[in-house]
Design a binder for this molecule. Structure first.
Ligand SMILES: [Mg+2]
Length: 255
């Protein structure tokens, strides 16, 4: 690699097993929602989350989406809290089964994950070599940034409550898709501008072929990271001499 002043890291499939969301985060919601609702039922923040779900549910029912059901209103309806909780549980499990990317669902999941991280029930999984590389980069004066399609809040929770401890002090900034989609070269130019670096002085590590191509087109140095469970790489990546492929961050320091 040429020298670089900043590194941008993808999360899933790069710093963290690609299965983390599906094998850890999603089951955390479905397995704990019943107790979570009971324990937090009187909290105003939970009420705000349920209001979002209730609004979405009435839109879904109006739109005639199969199996959509209304969530009773806490103030207007004479429903017991058990009935309302059952309606919320049905709604969440129904939406998750369909893997919906709806704001109200994402917001509720984020709210439960935040609580799980804070109580210590959830830990972000970061590969060991990532933390060793963090030390080395920090020592070299190289800045570390995260760019993930997970929200900035979710990124911060993952790195601050990780199996390797609180890693936030290593990270100089976080970007999510508010800066642009990960498969568009403009997004990488926007990040470069925002962190005050030229694209050629940035190295981007990802498991995604499409993201790699977009970042390369923007002028970044690109490294593909191969981790257990990642998708296999297309030939336009494996045959691209400009894109380095590694299975351990520490290979970057052995040159
Ligand atoms: Mg990824």
């Amino acid at each position: 690699m040429q020298s670089y002043a900043a590194v941008i890291l993808d999360i899933e499939g790069t710093t963290t097993p690609i299965s983390f969301v599906h094998d850890t985060l999603f089951p955390y919601v479905t397995n704990n929602i019943e107790n979570f609702l009971k324990e937090n039922w009187d909290r105003p923040e939970l009420n705000e989350q349920i209001d979002l779900l209730r609004n979405q549910a009435s839109i879904d029912v109006k739109d005639g989406i199969p199996d959509a059901k209304l969530i009773p209103d806490k103030n207007a309806d004479i429903s017991s809290s058990e009935d309302m909780q059952a309606a919320v549980i049905y709604n969440i499990k129904w939406q998750m089964k369909q893997d919906r990317k709806i704001g109200a669902l994402k917001s509720f999941q984020g709210y439960m994950w935040k609580s799980g991280y804070q109580t210590g029930d959830l830990k972000g999984i970061i590969y060991d070599d990532v933390v060793e590389a963090f030390h080395k980069w920090k020592h070299m004066g190289c800045k570390i940034y995260i760019y993930s399609s997970g929200s900035v809040q979710a990124q911060k929770l993952l790195f601050s409550h990780s199996n390797q401890g609180n890693l936030l002090e290593y990270i100089s900034g976080h970007f999510d898709t508010n800066i642009g989609p990960k498969i568009k070269n403009e997004s990488y130019m926007n990040i470069a501008k925002s962190i005050g670096e030229q694209t050629k002085d940035i190295i981007f590590l990802t498991d995604s072929a499409q993201e790699a191509v977009a970042a390369e087109a923007a002028g970044l140095q690109v490294v593909i990271v191969v981790r257990p469970g990642n998708a296999s790489l297309p030939s336009y990546i494996t045959e691209n001499a400009n894109i380095k492929i590694i299975d351990n961050f520490l290979s970057l320091f052995n040159e």
